[in-house]
Design a protein around this ligand. Structure first.
Ligand code: ZN
Length: 497
């Protein structure tokens, strides 16, 4: 999946004519500049290893079952079941924190999910759930952005109500938990190296996904009640890059990024406006997915761009060996017949996306271990591609680091529509978190494009007039740090003055 490099001639011609009355500070090319990833962050990402991912997933598999229902089972052998898994994840975050001088605040969100009498209920007696999460506090104060990565550590057999059967859940979703752990390790390494970002990062592993997204729902409500200013929730679920002998349809250089269109929390009025503007593809979650696609090339270089000579220490060598990798936006909330933890965060009004491997093998998820007619069923360790998971972890961590280094998004973004004209007069209010040197840029694209193709800096101003017809393009406004890290884009709403 190529990034958009070709701009239609018509728009390129229009875009060249920035309005003569554009404000002071509106300078530079309108061609979209590639996004950057801080060199220090690249070094940190170089430490993400397939071996560590393998160790994480193997450890999670070793608990026999991680069925959420096993938390109430008093007959399981010592050390088996979901609660020992929760304890291990907690101890692992604590070990990571120890390495960086206590940089992580490790917490447990424990609660009892009440029994339900609904015939389709997957929790039929009060059941203990534990979410584990670690917070890497930023230096930017309470207005700086927060970002969160999560995977679910519970697993299941074919019968989701059987909490005793062996359920390795290696891909679904020990792989996602490994992404959280590896992201935490990379960012802890960055902290230890002396790089402290203004934004706060949360690394989570939740329970109860297979029983009905209960863990993530509880954590999302906690985030909302505590006022976490979450700008991005990255849910990794089935990111193991299923490796099955004979499988030819699995593309190991891509990962899907699912996102909702019209937000789950949009009011009827907001829904009507979104439809009227044709802004269905510009929800906050979509802008997050779009930014992930835009960020990836800053780290994952095409093979031909790799320098021939390796120099520097081990980490810089690893950086230069990173193979091509592409996130691909899937313009829907989730796959057919399936849901995921990102929707719990969407339900609380947070931008959230889901990462999932390109092609799932349904013999190797939600299946009781068995062999039938020569076909092996079950979510086994041997079907996981650890190097693939490591790449997904790098993509998550670089997204988190980029957004945690950026200002918060511009506020109250609007396009003035006082009269019928062919200009676009965009205005906005400064970001709530706008450190020294913050500037703003307007980005835009044809309505039938999916990724931004053009940008124009407004400098430190909070308005920009462009000789581009608002009827023909989709706009967004981003805040840019002095170093060049971008907030998510915010599409304008019409304002009649
Ligand atoms: Zn899952």
């Amino acid at each position: 999946m190529k990034r958009i490099a070709v701009v239609c001639g018509l728009l390129a011609g229009i875009a060249a004519g920035v309005h003569a009355q554009m404000p002071v500070g509106a300078t530079g090319s309108t061609t979209l500049a590639p996004l950057r990833v801080d060199p220090a962050v690249k070094s940190a990402l170089g430490g993400v290893s397939a071996e560590q991912v393998q160790a994480d997933i193997a450890k999670l598999v070793s608990f026999g079952t991680r069925s959420t229902l096993s938390s109430m089972d008093t007959e399981l052998p010592q050390g088996q079941g979901i609660l020992p898994a929760a304890d291990w994840i907690t101890s692992e975050f604590e070990a990571i924190s120890k390495e960086c001088g206590g940089c992580l605040e490790v917490k447990r969100d424990e609660f009892v999910q009440p029994a339900s009498t609904d015939p389709r209920a997957r929790v039929t007696r009060p059941t203990k759930l534990v979410n584990v999460y670690a917070i890497l506090h930023g230096t930017g104060g309470d207005k700086a952005p927060w970002v969160l990565v999560t995977g679910h550590y519970d697993s299941r057999a074919t019968d989701v109500m059987d909490g005793k059967l062996t359920s390795p859940g290696a891909n679904d979703d020990a792989s996602g938990v490994a992404v959280s752990l590896e992201s935490a390790r990379a960012m802890a390494w960055l902290t230890k190296a002396g790089v402290k970002l203004p934004g706060t990062m949360v690394f989570a592993a939740v329970a109860g996904e297979e029983q009905g997204l209960f863990g993530s729902a509880h954590l999302a409500k906690l985030a909302k009640s505590e006022g976490w200013p979450l700008k991005a929730v990255l849910n990794n679920d089935i990111v193991g890059g299923d490796t099955t002998p004979g499988e030819t349809g699995q593309y190991k250089d891509v990962v899907r990024v699912f996102s909702e269109s019209i937000p789950a929390t949009a009011t009827p009025g907001e829904q009507r406006m979104t439809l009227g503007l044709g802004a269905e593809n510009d929800s906050p979650s979509r802008e997050l997915a779009r930014q992930i696609v835009e960020l990836a090339p800053a780290y994952f270089k095409p093979a031909t761009e790799r320098p021939a000579a390796l120099k520097g220490g081990m980490r810089s060598q690893l950086i230069r060996l990173v193979p091509p990798f592409h996130p691909v936006m899937i313009l829907r909330r989730d796959r057919y017949l399936r849901g995921g933890d990102h929707t719990s965060f969407n339900a609380e009004g947070f931008p959230a996306v889901r990462f999932t491997e390109w092609r799932e093998n349904f013999d190797h998820q939600h299946q009781t271990l068995r062999t039938e007619n020569g076909v092996v069923y079950g979510d086994l360790l041997k079907f996981v591609d650890f190097a693939y998971v490591a790449k997904v972890a790098q993509l998550n961590a670089l997204t988190m680091a980029s957004l945690a280094a950026a200002p918060s998004e511009p506020q109250h973004v609007r396009v003035v529509t006082k009269e019928l004209d062919n200009y676009s007069n965009l205005q906005w209010d400064a970001s709530a978190f706008a450190p020294q040197g913050t500037t703003y840029e307007v980005v835009w694209r044809d309505t039938n494009e999916n990724l931004w193709t053009h940008s124009q800096s407004a400098g430190a101003e909070t308005h920009l007039t462009l000789d581009v017809s608002k009827d023909n393009v989709l706009f967004g406004v981003r805040a840019v740090s002095a170093a060049g890290d971008r907030s998510l884009a915010v599409p304008p709403v019409p304002e009649r003055k």
